[in-house]
Design a binder for this molecule. Structure first.
Ligand code: GDP
Length: 302
């Protein structure tokens, strides 16, 4: 939590400080409200959520200010409540890392460069620290470098990586990884997949096949979509394609340490209808945290 605050404070602080500064002005005139909208839009909150939060803030500051005439409402508290309500629409953020009599199977998808392989390594690290047994499947067989990178993570974290030769069918690697976990009573399998943004039909064929083949062994308990926070609304458009071809159950928002666009959390959840479950806060093995809405908003507001 301390790390979350530190990492976010540097990149996101401008958002919170900007809003608090504007809302604390003596007179909240139309220009000020426009500036508030600009700050929210710049943080990639999206148009509809921005309008919603501005309307709520206007109403509450007027009503709560009027109730105790002469006294200024606690702007920070009102803003904090509104942002938390926006970021936390009551979605279940628990990660399904175990199955019912089977291993938990986590399928990790997303465009190349989003941080999939790194995230797979970091999740494995957390599970190992919780004394769970883990196997990784290197199903991004189109990029030899990706397989090697996952193998390096496996060594670093101390878990086995199931891999095929270059160009092996990704589905067969995924199958082997899950089979090895089922046979040996492993708790969790995490499967890294290819993220080539080929046409939608190709992607659907490939990921669909990977999922179908895995499910001959054990149900997929979690499909995690990895999304680079620094790519903002554009990244979200690409990410949507994945959610159209597989049933995404949660989002991992990476590189939040390097982005001032924390509003993307809200946009992601509204547009994909699934919770942000984890956030990436750096390149190191411990730089992954469960997403906590209140802590996130507190970090924004400094
Ligand atoms: P993949 O192609 O989706 O598997 O992406 P990679 O896991 O190879 O990550 C791409 C780059 O992003 C690498 O240089 C990672 O170290 C970096 N990266 C991944 N997650 C984070 C994060 O949370 N913060 C930062 N700053 N860098 C990250």
């Amino acid at each position: 939590l301390v790390r979350l605050r530190q990492r976010l404070a540097s990149s996101q602080g401008a958002l919170g400080r900007g809003l608090l500064g504007l809302l604390s002005r003596d007179k909240l005139d139309e220009d000020t409200w426009e500036s508030i909208e600009d700050v929210l839009l710049t943080a990639d909150l999206g148009v509809a959520p921005t309008q919603q939060v501005v309307t709520n803030l206007r109403t509450r500051l007027r009503v709560e200010g009027g109730a105790k005439s002469g006294e200024r409402p606690d702007v920070r508290a009102v803003l904090r409540e509104e942002l938390i309500a926006l970021v936390d629409p009551g979605l279940d953020r628990r990660l399904a890392v175990t199955g019912d009599g089977n291993p938990g199977v986590l399928l990790v998808v997303g465009v190349n460069g989003a941080g999939k392989t790194t995230t797979v390594g970091k999740i494995a690290r957390i599970l190992v620290a919780e004394d769970r047994s883990v196997v990784l499947g290197a199903a991004d067989t189109f990029r030899a470098a990706a397989v090697d990178q996952l193998a390096t993570w496996g060594e670093r974290v101390g878990v086995e990586v199931v891999r095929g030769g270059e160009g092996t069918d990704p589905a067969s690697v995924a199958f082997d990884a899950v089979k090895s976990a089922v046979d040996r009573g492993i708790d969790t399998v995490i499967v890294d997949t290819a993220g080539r943004l080929q046409n939608k039909a190709g992607l659907m064929d490939e990921l669909g096949k990977v999922k179908r083949v895995i499910e001959k062994q054990a149900p997929v308990t979690e499909v995690l979509l990895v999304l680079d926070a620094t790519t903002g609304q554009n990244g979200l458009v690409q990410a949507k394609v994945f959610s159209e071809v597989v049933d995404v159950t949660g989002v991992v928002l990476t590189k939040l340490d390097g982005s001032a666009k924390g509003g993307i959390v809200v946009a992601v959840q509204q547009q994909l209808g699934v919770p942000v479950k984890l956030v990436g806060l750096g390149e190191g093995p411990d730089d992954l945290a469960p997403f906590d809405a209140a802590a996130f908003v507190d970090a924004l507001l400094g």
